[in-house]
Design a protein around this ligand. Sequence first.
Ligand SMILES: *[C@@H]1O[C@H](CO)[C@@H](O)[C@H](O)[C@H]1NC(C)=O
Ligand SMILES: *[C@@H]1O[C@H](CO)[C@@H](O)[C@H](O)[C@H]1NC(C)=O
Ligand SMILES: *[C@@H]1O[C@H](CO)[C@@H](O)[C@H](O)[C@H]1NC(C)=O
Ligand SMILES: *[C@@H]1O[C@H](CO)[C@@H](O)[C@H](O)[C@H]1NC(C)=O
Length: 599
Amino acid sequence: MKLRALVCILLQLTFELSACSDLQVLSGSTMELPCLSFQSDFIGGSITWKFNGKDVSAQMPGAPTVKKSGKSLYISHVTAANQGQYVCLINQDQMEIITTYNITVLESIIYYIKVTEGSDAQLPCNFPRSSNVKANALWFKETGAEKNRTLLNPEDVPTAEDNRVELMYPSDPDQTLLIRNVVMEDAGQYLCESAEGATLSSALIIVEVAPTRAAHTCIGFTTAWEPCQDENSRTEEPMLQESVTEFSMKLYSFLKDSQPSSNLLFSPISIGGALFHLLLGARSDTQKAIERALCVPHDFHCVHLQMKKLREKLAGSLQMASQIYYNPQMNLSKSFIDQSIQFYEAEPTRLLEASEENTRMINSWVANNTNNKIQHLVDSVSPGTQLMLLNAVSFSGQWKTKYEMKPRKRQFTKLTGDMVTVPVLYHQKYMAAVAHVVELKAQVARFALTGDSSLYILLPRSSTLTDLQQVEERMTDTAVHQMIEQLKAKAPQFTEVTLPKIKLDVQPDMNILIKKLGLTSLFEEPNLCGLYSEDRLVLDEARHRAFLALTEQGVEAAAATSASFSRSFPAFSALQPFIMLLWSDQTNVPLFIGRVTEP
Ligand SMILES: *[C@@H]1O[C@H](CO)[C@@H](O)[C@H](O)[C@H]1NC(C)=O
Ligand SMILES: *[C@@H]1O[C@H](CO)[C@@H](O)[C@H](O)[C@H]1NC(C)=O
Ligand SMILES: *[C@@H]1O[C@H](CO)[C@@H](O)[C@H](O)[C@H]1NC(C)=O
Ligand SMILES: *[C@@H]1O[C@H](CO)[C@@H](O)[C@H](O)[C@H]1NC(C)=O
């Protein structure tokens, strides 16, 4: 998306500023150069295009093509070979019009980032998927006309000044740099390079003066979630289903990149359940951000009713529970409490006095609602915790065809090529639908379970990381939907099946996921006015834990998600000259007056 957006900018630039002849074009993009800034200026004559002095001919592959009877020059896939001087020559009876372009081809992406003073800037940089390197990109800032470089993330040098600058995901292919609390001096050119010196991206930061910041207020945002107008609409159920699938595949794509080769397990319906519940109390920009993260359209008023229906429909195989624990000193909004009960069957419950009691209570709730599959989700509940939002799901499905009880072992080939001996589920003649799904480059089998669910297993062409990644790359929501359709249409047939008996217990990093979902603002200044309006609540920590076991009988799975919020106190920092008054409130007179310019 970003790449496409940038290409558009460049295209617009070429058209709008065709008087400006020095242009930078991103390698791989599409370029169109107009011969005249306004096509309507053309009143006839012959047009010739030259590239580095030679007539443009479309003989060579990748060569520019002349379009609109010469009025523009088009290159569909810009490469370094296209760098140079382009001249358009119009010959009219007594006149020659010459337009010259100097094209520089950039190998990396340039981001133009506008930030307001005092806010945070995120500078994107990604290792290409093909690269094996997954960490330790180097970020530089270029200063002055000499383009002197300062390394921003030195490893050996103790981190500069105040930790304002950090990599958001240090050991991830995503090497986004975060600059907190941007000051005017941060404006300028930044470069992200691999250790070998290849430029991965560059960013130009433009800093704008901050408007005076308003204090936290919920005025205008405390109304209840708008009710659903058409409870029986037929279009809204598929709308939610599509959103949930899109959201799920998005989560998978973030997690697969973060952990390219380890075991992975999460329950999108549990993470989604917690976020949908939070959405009930989110307003304004926070509401929009959560809606975007969940892939639901803005102002989808029936979303909570549809979630309730979805939960009820799933109840035969998956039980979902939600809960809110809150600090008794907090006045939760009445409408939020009512709607929490109505849509999520969650009656907000008070937190207890002691931290340890709360930790026990929350882990006990999680255990009770995951069929004891997850007995420990949170390590502690800090005394400052104001609100804890929980979601738990528990799944149990029996195979329609059971596996043999006889214990067996087979060799499993790992990504590295190493073999390990593992216990397996085996059946010589299992009724299963199996198909090769071309779009996913995988062999897929569908194993029917009771409760109207199925387990799909996608097998890449080989046990290599490359083949695994090829499948993962292709797993978009559309492709997955098509796969499900294809397998459902396929009649089950006798198949010899061997599956490893697995037992997964995984805790993906939810704090990273939340940031990748575009919800960083939850940690900073969310608008949760629909939930609580007296202070600002900020997200402290989010957790997710998922469990899944394949046994001779079927699939047992559970997951739990938690998000804990604390109150954000407005900051007041007297780290600058100030004046003080020591005042007697009793007699209403000053006792001491002073000024500090040098503490
Ligand atoms: C185009 O770039 C070359 C090399 O950078 C430079 O010498 C030349 O003056 C430039 N021409 C124009 C028209 O800007
Ligand atoms: C850049 O580096 C050069 C040589 O190291 C030095 O002479 C110059 O003063 C530096 N300029 C800035 C703006 O720091
Ligand atoms: C909660 O509401 C009650 C009654 O409206 C009020 O007296 C109390 O001060 C409020 N609590 C807080 C922490 O603001
Ligand atoms: C969990 O279940 C047990 C046994 O039914 C019960 O005593 C306990 O209060 C439950 N815990 C929570 C937090 O609901």
